[in-house]
Design a protein around this ligand. Sequence first.
Ligand code: IVH
Length: 710
Amino acid sequence: MEQQGLFRAWEEEAQSDPQAAIADLSALIKGYDRAYYQENESPISDAEYDLLKRRLQELESEYPQFVLPDSPTQSVGGAGAATFAKVTHSVPMLSMANALNFQELDDFEARVRRVLPLPTPVQYVVELKIDGLALSLIYKERRLVLAATRGNGEVGEDVTANALQIADIPRQLPAEAPDYLEVRGEVYMARSVFQEINSTLPPGAQKANPRNLAAGSLRQKDPQMVKERRLNFFAYYVINPVPGVESQSQALAYLRRLGFSVASSLPPGFKGDPNPLCASMEEARRYCEAWTGPNRQKLDFNIDGLVVKVDSFAQQRQLGVNVTSPNWAMAYKFPPQEVESVVEDIIYQVGRTGAITPVAVLRPVQIEGTTVSRASLHNIQYIRNLGLRVGDRVKVYKAAAIIPQIASVIGAYTWPTRCPSCQQVLQHSADYKDTRCLNPDCPERVERALLHFCSRDAMNIEGLGVKIIHNLVCDLGVRHFSQLYALSLEELSQAANSTILGGEIKAEIERSRQRPLANLLFALGIEEVGLVAAINLAGHFKSLDNLRESVLADPQVLESIPYLGGKETIPAYFANPQVQEELEALRQAGLNFQDRQEGEGSSKLAGLTVVLTGTLDGLSRTQASQLLRSHGAKVTSSVTSKTDYLIVGTKPGHNKLADAQKYKVPLLNQSQLRELLEAPQALESQSAPPQGETSDLFTNSSADKGEVHA
Ligand code: IVH
């Protein structure tokens, strides 16, 4: 971000104050040089660096009066670091001019032709441009005596002890080698080695790419460490004249003969010399094209382009060198990598002059070793021209500006057709405002529903958080609320990964059985039924069974309730057979289906098994059963020898009465039952007088608003 800010500021400045822009850009590049040459870090990619430098060169040629004496365009690199002995190179280690496209390769050829006009034959060698660090090797009497880094191009560092640990670097040359030989090449780390080693390093020592790790490795104090880093070396340059070696292609063959590794630049599928000689730039271009694309990824080392060199040494001498690079070589740099991303947002930044710059917020992607999450959109017209919309899929690249750019829109936003969790086909409403996964067993959906069920305003089951619920769903196959009440201590402890926590959750689950009806209604997660609606429903219908039966009989009953959402979803919910099954399971689990204060139920019928026949005044069968349960009774459907009472309402069934007689089961009529429940103590105790006409048997208090966290 800081880099982007800097660059934006500089771009504005270039218009208004080119002198300041040149100074700022020079300082910026020098900072990167320092980072690269002294700290082995590359805060930006090579392509970005090259382009920055190019912009500076452009500005400098436009305003030569502002060029700084120590401009980074006038020297090759940074100064050496202190830990290794300094070495002055016999011949400066230069850098290379870059061609960013094929036109620039043609321009290079044109410059060559100005010095070597047609019909002079000019041949070119194409080599891989290894993304590593240059190393100069000096052999005396065929023994390696000095290995030096490039440093600032003039003065480098003596890393001989470390170079001796690199398997590809011969310590001893064969007899055919001359007494003095200076070879240059590239130290690099294979991609596979980088993958293997980098992850094992402490976070502070990890590097963004193989080149950075190779650089850090080469500058280790302990040569043994260097050996463990398994660096490699490709040779590509013979500095001193050697009889019989008159061209670059001969030099490469000679280096191979002496035992050096030389990278083959023959793309897969091509036949012939490993470093093909090209009779024209057009031919050279074909090799460049062949390496652009997937072929590049097949190598186990990084290349950042190809190098096209004039083959003949005699012609090289004629072409000469300039301040920073030879006139006989050109690096063809691969076009910036384009990576797919998604525009997640478009934000607007206010500049120093008040200019508003739109910026795309991207789903973060890796491009050339850095994470990119923003792209410049320049101006509104630019967005309009691209036809860009939030949600679009785009191709992003890092360009001249350090700010990443959007190359193209490759696909309008498309909505998902399948659930991201269970992959079932999603259902969209006609207006596409509602998209839903209808799979009741969808893991993510189940987890969300359970999480809601346990939340504070719902069943308030503390301790059952995201992680444990995830384990319950994934490991124990929990799909329904009711299953929570059947979980054993062992199962809960397993899901919580702790016996203590498991025990606490078990107690919380037990406690939740007494939760007020309003909270239970909210917990069920009926669509459009929030907490307020749940309170209203509980207050109005008094019991879950009454609510269910009433809305199923006539959905219009909901019309009279104020402030109620879900007038259509509530009837649909209760009509669902799966819901009915689950509600029955929750009832069996002993949850509170009555609208009464928590703990209001008695245990006056505790331990008794009762059967109901006929209807009780004003109550449906289910309401009556729920009522009996709330006082501790076990309500069963048929009379057996285990039945304690048969409760007889109006229009009792003959069979049940007959069975009661058969098994000698005592009968309780409505008024006896009422009396029984109104008694302050247990069954036989009838000392207290009835509480009046309306007992808590038939008139329940409203929801405990204290429990309901509205
Ligand atoms: S020739 C300047 N050949 O690229 C001429 N350089 O950008 C001497 N490099 O410092 C270098 N692969 O570190 C040459 N096949 C190759 C190369 C290569 C990578 C590096 C080298 C050089 C830099 C210049």
